[in-house]
Design a protein around this ligand. Sequence first.
Ligand SMILES: C[S@@+](CC[C@H](N)C(=O)[O-])C[C@H]1O[C@@H](n2cnc3c(N)ncnc32)[C@H](O)[C@@H]1O
Length: 197
Amino acid sequence: MSWDDAWREGRTPWDAGQAAPPLVDLLASGALDGAKNALVPGCGGGWDVFAFAHARVRSVGLDVAESAAPVFARHRDEAKLDATRARLVVGDFFTFAPAERFDVIWDYTFLCALPPAWRARWAERMDTLLAPKGTLATLIFPATHPGPEYVGPPWPLHPDDVRALLLPRGFRELRMERPARSHPAREGKEWIALWSR
Ligand SMILES: C[S@@+](CC[C@H](N)C(=O)[O-])C[C@H]1O[C@@H](n2cnc3c(N)ncnc32)[C@H](O)[C@@H]1O
């Protein structure tokens, strides 16, 4: 099933219906203060996009699924936000060519949704889309070890997987820790990490 079909048919089991608690905590901690704009690739229903907008960071949600757009728009209305603060771009992360680079990029349930063979291209795109002094924030999930018969998505993801993608590109690991809070079903399966160059 394509992503577009999933959104059209409402088969979105990953959608937690609220912003990721580790992102809410990260924004509240001041760690991303000073950021003017943020990108959320694979934003789906937009919850994390709206968390940035509520923290006064102009945010862009990017999603390849056209049928996610009405869902995003409905949630944005409910959040009392508009496109000047939380904009949706329907498009492919791998060809997205924005007018400006981003001070923050937030990855949650996006890298794990991509086939593992695409991960090197993910890192290359992050390098291209992030502003020179920007921060890449990754909520690494699901840090699980399913059996050999398991087929994603989501594809398991561990700190060392992300290190292997980003460190060779000149990213520095600023933080790697277990978040204090997670969506209930995801407790113990996440790591929050910050990276810069
Ligand atoms: C597992 S869902 C996660 C959605 C959202 N981050 C959340 O946590 O609710 C992955 C999302 O990535 C989007 N997606 C997949 N491939 C993409 C691509 N190449 N470019 C942009 N979005 C993509 C899908 O349409 C889907 O909405």
